[in-house]
Design a protein around this ligand. Structure first.
Ligand code: SF4
Ligand code: MG
Length: 320
């Protein structure tokens, strides 16, 4: 099957400049990652903060310029398209942010905030038609009609996230990049928002890239999961396979930190030594080698290649 979205060799480096503006180095936030999103699936992207998950999402949406690599949508290279075509294609990709409040104008009523993307993309022939679309959106995300007139500060965290979703849906996207959409919410509210995301996905046939550091949430919602470490994708597998049989030493350590649901089964927690190195001068060879409990000599010199272990299960490690 053709993937809907295909990320190939994506790199996003941020230049570090001297006071006189000369580029002296780069933060290698995303360093050569490749993966696919298939139509209708949810792909979870996990890893500790600073590993490049959000930057990956933002680069796909072109909120950040890519340094290298390709992005194919329905087989068409978005990065190589001209500005007009790029805008058309990017309209099909939307984002739900961790904190929708920061992207809402506090002085604007929700109704008009939701109409904004409609006006920008010339959706709806009249003001009346746009208002009707917004009321439908409010309904779809479980908010009452009279919320149309309210201001962002009148909403709870969970309601704001519903507004964030409504705004993403306004332009009828095919793909939504959810960047930590529930991590700022109380646990009880988290499941409501997750359920809503799943409902809307069913109704509209959406594809999700679900970025989060909470491994239980990701397990619940994802069909496949990719694990990032220091700008690299180190393992990728169907969700249950990854959680029950993690292969990469980093994934094993991450998974070992999830408490076992059965208190009689003692899990051994793998504690990694040291801190995550700086993405400015990432370690040579395998970027994980300074912290890897099973590193070998060659790991310092040779960059491991991504290899397919079983159907849809990829690992980037010399040992596997
Ligand atoms: Fe560890 Fe070497 Fe595998 Fe990297 S390549 S994860 S350092 S064993
Ligand atoms: Mg982040």
């Amino acid at each position: 099957i053709e993937p809907l979205l295909h990320v190939e060799g994506l790199k996003t480096y941020f230049p570090i400049r001297s006071p006189l503006g000369k580029t002296v180095n780069y933060v290698k936030a995303v360093d050569n990652i490749s993966f696919h999103l298939f139509d209708g699936e949810t792909y979870g992207l996990v890893g500790e903060s600073g590993c490049g998950k959000s930057t990956t999402g933002r680069t796909i949406l072109q909120l950040i310029e890519p340094t290298g690599g390709e992005l194919y949508y329905h087989g068409e290279n978005i990065f190589k398209a001209d500005i007009k075509r790029r805008r058309e294609l990017t309209k099909e990709l939307q984002m739900v942010f961790q904190d929708p409040y920061s992207s809402l104008n506090p002085k604007k009523r929700i109704g008009s905030a939701l109409e904004e993307p409609l006006r920008i993309h010339e959706i709806g022939k009249s003001q009346k038609e746009r208002t009707e679309i917004v009321l439908q959106l409010l309904h779809q995300v479980g908010l009452q009609e009279d919320y149309y007139y309210r201001f962002p500060h009148e909403f709870s965290g969970g309601q704001r996230q519903r507004i964030g979703l409504a705004r993403a849906l306004a332009v009828s996207p095919k793909v939504i990049i959810c960047d930590e959409p529930v991590s700022a919410l109380d646990v009880s509210i988290q499941s409501q928002v997750i359920n809503l995301l799943q409902e809307v996905q069913q109704q509209r046939g959406l594809t999700y890239l679900f970025i989060a550091h909470d491994l239980s949430v990701v397990r619940h919602i994802s069909d496949r999961v990719g694990v990032m470490y220091l700008g690299n994708l180190v393992e990728e597998a169907p969700t249950e396979e990854l959680y029950s049989d993690p292969l990469h030493p980093y994934t094993r350590a991450l998974m070992s930190a999830i408490p076992s649901p059965n208190p009689n089964v003692k899990k051994e927690r793998i504690i990694l030594k040291g801190e995550i190195p700086s993405p400015i001068n990432p370690p040579s060879g395998c970027v994980f080698h300074p912290r890897c409990p099973v590193a070998m000599d060659r790991c310092k010199k040779e960059v491991p290649e991504k290899r397919e272990i079983s159907s849809k299960h990829f690992v980037t490690c010399h040992l596997i």
